[in-house]
Design a protein around this ligand. Sequence first.
Ligand SMILES: *Cc1c(COP(=O)(O)O)cnc(C)c1O
Length: 417
Amino acid sequence: MAQLALQGGPKTWTGTWPTWPVWDDLERRALSDVLESGQWWYGERVRAFEAAFATFQDAQHGITATSGTTALEAALLTLGIGAGDEVIVPPYTFLATASAVLRVNAIPVFADIEPRTLCIDPDDVARRITPRTRAIIPVHLGGYVADMDRLHALAHTHALAILEDACHSWGSAWSGKGTGALGTCGVFSFQASKNISSAEGGIVLTDDAGFAERCRSFTNCGRIKDKPWYEHHLLGSNLRMTEFQAALLSAQLTRLPAQTARRACNAALLDAGLRDLPGITIMQPEPRMTRRGYHFYPFRLDCAGLRVSKEQFISALRAEGVPSSIGYDRPLYRNPLFTERAQPGPAGCPLACPYYGGVPDYTAVHCPVCEAVVRDTVWLFHTLLLADESAMPAIVAAIRKVIDNIAAVRESAANHA
Ligand SMILES: *Cc1c(COP(=O)(O)O)cnc(C)c1O
C-alpha cells in the first residue's frame, strides 16, 4: 500500500488542474469592441445577453443586475415582499439567499435540507409555513435541482411565490425546463467563481411579462418604460450592469454548453469510480433532473466510521494533488448576523420589526440534516471537472488511497495536534 503523500509518499496526481476563468481572444475582442465603440453603458449588448441567457435557461425574460445578491433583492421587491412577511430558505447556502430577505425587511425562516438532494426539504418547508409566509427560495445546490414538483404543490396550496436561487445551476433542467425558469422567478450570479463570469453580475429570469417590467424598474432607479427619464415610480436602485460585462458574458455563454457537457461526463466518471467506495456517499441520480450543471461535485464522508474530520481528509487529499473544499462550514443561522442581531434590543427593523411583532430567536433554530452535512460534505470544484477525462481516475485513486490509509491520516492529525 503506497504511503500517503501527507507522510512523504508519492503524490497520486502531479499534473495541474484547469484554472478559472477560461478566456481567450473571444473575450479579448469582445471587450476591445466595447471599448472602441465608446458605448460602454447599459445598451444593446446588455439586452442581447439578457435575451440569450433567458433563452438558454428556457425563460421568457431576463433582467440583469450588479450581482446575484442584488438580483435576489430586486426579485423579492418585485414579488412585493416586505415588512411583516416570512420567506422560507435553506440554511446550506451562501449568505445572500437569506440576507436578501432581511434587506427587504422580511424575515428568513430556515427549513432543513434533504440528505438525498442537499436542497431544501419540502416536508420541512410544509412545517414552517405560517399565515405570514409569502415565498420559498430553493437553492439548487451545486447544480442539483431541488424537488420542484413538491415545492410547486406547496406553493399552489398556500399561494406562495417560488424564487429560485439558481446561483449554482447554469445549465441544470427539471423535466426538460431550465432552472431559473421553474418558479415565479429565478436568479443567477456571474461573480468570479461562478460557471460563467463577468467578475460580478447577476440576472433575474421570469416568464411573467408584468413581473419583468416591474423588476426592470427596481433595477433602474424606478423608471418605467417609455416614460420621461427623470420620472421615477418605484423605490428601486441602480443595479445596471455595463456593456463590458455583457460582452464578456455573451462570450462566456458560447463556452457554457460544451463546458456543462464536459463537467457532466467527468462527474459520471467520478460517480462510477466512487459509488462503491466505503466511507463515501455520492449524490444519487434523479430522473426528473433532465440536465445537471455542476458548480461543484459534493460527496459525504462517513466521518464517524472513518474517525477523521473532513478537514483532516481534505488535507490528505490535497497532499495527493487533488484540491477540494470544505464548502459551507456552518448552517447560515449560526452566523453572528443571526445569532447576535436576533437578540432583543434596539436592533430595529428587520429582525425586531414592529410589523413582525416579535424577534426571531435564531439561536433556537436546529436543522439536523444541515448540521450533519456541514460536518461531513466535501466539494470538488467545477474547474476539476473541466480537466481531461484521463484525470478523473486520479481523483478516484487519490480518494481511495486516503480512505485505504485512513489510520495514517488519523495518526498524522494526532501528531500535529
Ligand atoms: C454566489 C451566490 C449568490 C450571490 O451571488 P453574488 O453574485 O456573489 O452576489 C447567491 N446565492 C448562492 C447560492 C450563491 O452561490
